[in-house]
Ligand binder design. Structure first.
Ligand code: ACO
Length: 382
């Protein structure tokens, strides 16, 4: 069981956050970790959690929610009020060996929504997951910890990087983004462990050991300050230039502080413009959440028969290399490489695979980008 008893300190928090911290400090809201795997688990709390999830996730089959909450591989991090009603919770499954935790689902009771509970719950969850990861690595249990432990987690010692993964309901993506999740999937070890869900978007959040998420505002403020101090050492971005008379500003170079080299290059060389556009399109593809299968060459070790079927492999890192070596003499060659990469994927992977789906998404995305930059592409092709 986890109880909250931290002192609030002098942290600058939003009103919502302050209220949440106060509720926990005064024990109006408390934290409980409950899992069916624990013989002493409070089953009534599990039932209440099941009711909360069923109410808040009304489109999910009720039976499915029941099974997940009572699954003994799952843990429920619950927020309860003074009358032991469950007002928020996260049902999750830790994959310690693979260094990630899957959130099966999470919800906050209607009466508590939009008051900061969802955000605070996620902060607690991140700190709690760290503690569990560390305890697992050290081979000790962590069943009876307080939130004080979460708040002053063992000297922020760096462990192996780990992630929180979940299929976010499309209505809740905004919430997950606010909590540091991204649709850009960099972590690969979830494959084969999490089922693919229709109607949800896979999101990931890397959990940083060195950040205390219960004090994240403080952390962000001090990082910002450090960043600005460091930037001042390498450039003059802190210098504020004033324009005395706006009628003197006719061109970009007339703006005080505009970078000299940008003003002195009258026209970009077409070769440079080509490489810039291709580099941009490659970075854009790399940023797409579904581009992870295309970032690096397919490994012959991991997929031994790949090169028997695919005679001309292609991936985004190979394309980046070609740009660096200025091997593209026209935009058409680059577009052909992207098409080759995707058609290889379609050819090798069955229609039902995640890889096939990713290739479809990337193809559609790339098509839109080409349409958007048509004017620039046409000019380069002239
Ligand atoms: N879309 C965009 N932003 C959102 C959303 C949303 N649906 N919900 C909350 N936010 C933002 C808030 O504006 C706030 O931003 P701020 O920090 O800039 O002020 C931030 O996220 C945190 O908001 P909270 O008030 O802490 O969140 P709340 O207590 O309302 O809880 C939650 C959010 C858990 C999504 C709640 O609305 C809920 O229970 N919804 C129904 C169940 C649900 O959809 N669960 C997720 C399903 S997906 C899954 O389980 C894997």
């Amino acid at each position: 069981m986890i109880f909250f008893s931290q002192s609030d300190g002098q942290v600058q928090r939003s009103e919502k956050e302050q209220e949440m911290h106060r509720s926990f400090r005064d024990r109006d809201i408390m934290l409980r970790m409950v899992s069916s795997s624990d013989a002493d688990a409070d089953r009534s709390l599990l039932l209440k959690a099941k009711c909360l999830f069923q109410k808040q996730l009304s489109k999910m089959p009720r039976e499915y929610i029941f099974r997940q909450v009572f699954d003994d591989k799952h843990v429920n991090m619950l927020l309860v009020d003074r009358s032991s009603e469950v007002v928020g919770g996260i049902c999750y499954r830790p994959f310690f060996e693979e260094s990630f935790v899957e959130i099966v689902f999470l919800a906050v009771d209607y009466d508590y929504q939009v008051r900061g509970m969802g955000g605070f719950m996620m902060d607690l969850f991140k700190e709690s997951a760290k503690l569990e990861m560390k305890s697992h690595a050290e081979g000790v249990g962590c069943s009876s910890k307080t939130v004080d432990d979460l708040n002053s987690f063992p000297e922020r010692a760096a462990g192996r990087p780990f992630y929180i993964m979940t299929y976010a309901d499309n209505f809740a993506i905004g919430y997950f983004m606010k909590q540091g999740f991204s649709t850009r999937i960099r972590f690969g070890c979830w494959i084969g462990f999490i089922k693919d869900y229709e109607g949800g978007t896979l999101v990931e959040c890397r959990v940083y050991w060195e950040i205390n998420y219960l004090r994240r505002r403080e952390v962000v403020e001090s990082m910002k300050e450090k960043l600005f101090r460091d930037m001042e050492k390498v450039n003059d971005c802190h210098v504020v230039h004033r324009i005395a008379d706006y009628s003197d500003v006719k061109r970009i170079c007339d703006i005080p502080g505009a970078r000299d080299e940008e003003c002195s290059t009258p026209q970009l060389q077409s070769g440079t413009a080509l490489n810039r556009l291709i580099s941009y399109l490659i970075s854009d593809l790399k940023c797409n959440a579904s581009a992870w299968p295309f970032l690096k060459p397919v490994s012959a070790e991991e997929v031994p028969d790949y090169h028997e079927h695919i005679l001309q492999p292609m991936d985004l890192s190979m394309m980046s290399g070609k740009v660096e070596r200025s091997e593209y003499s026209g935009i058409g060659e680059f577009i052909d490489d992207v098409r080759l990469m995707l058609s290889n994927c379609f050819r090798y992977n069955g229609k039902d695979t995640q890889y096939h789906k990713c290739a479809q998404i990337v193809q559609e995305h790339f098509g839109k980008k080409l349409a958007f930059y048509k004017h620039a592409i046409d000019r380069l092709a002239e």
